[in-house]
Design a protein around this ligand. Structure first.
Ligand code: HEM
Length: 120
């Protein structure tokens, strides 16, 4: 990675929070995804997602959640649902001014987690 991390390149914590906020609004507007989040404490999930996006973008925030496999255990997440979530994150990154190269790098990190999240 270059000297400037992706996290800095996209604008640090403020930018990450904007992206996460937009991302979650998109997810919760998607009828395919809403059932997965019905019992979720959104405040807790929001702060986890800020930490997670920060961590995959190379920021200074340590991700302290459970690993991805146990976080999604028993949810029956399908490939289709995963693809929707990835698309919403991609849109949220780009709509909030993240450059293509940075958005692509983040989406690649996320795509690498598909096997941990889907079908558990
Ligand atoms: C690579 C893609 C994904 C990432 C990076 C991700 C990340 C996370 C993180 C960091 C948490 C918090 C874990 C914790 O509390 O320790 C979480 C929880 C959760 N995720 Fe994901 N997730 C992904 C995909 C999905 C998909 C596709 C769905 C459903 C369609 C989903 C549904 C949930 C739900 C419902 C929770 C909340 C669990 C609870 O109620 O505490 N996630 N996810």
């Amino acid at each position: 990675m270059s000297q400037e991390s992706l996290y800095d390149a996209i604008g640090g914590r403020d930018a990450v929070e904007l992206v996460v906020d937009d991302f979650y609004n998109r997810v919760l507007d998607d009828p395919l995804l809403v059932p997965y989040f019905e019992d979720t404490d959104m405040d807790a999930l929001f702060s986890h997602q800020v930490q997670f996006v920060s961590a995959v973008a190379g920021g200074p925030v340590a991700y302290d959640g459970e690993d991805m496999q146990s976080a999604h255990d028993g949810m029956g997440i399908t490939e289709e649902a995963f693809a929707h979530v990835a698309e919403h994150l991609d849109a949220a990154l780009r709509e909030n001014g993240v450059e293509d190269a940075s958005a692509e790098a983040i989406i690649e990190e996320v795509a690498a987690l598909e096997d941990d999240v889907v079908g558990q």
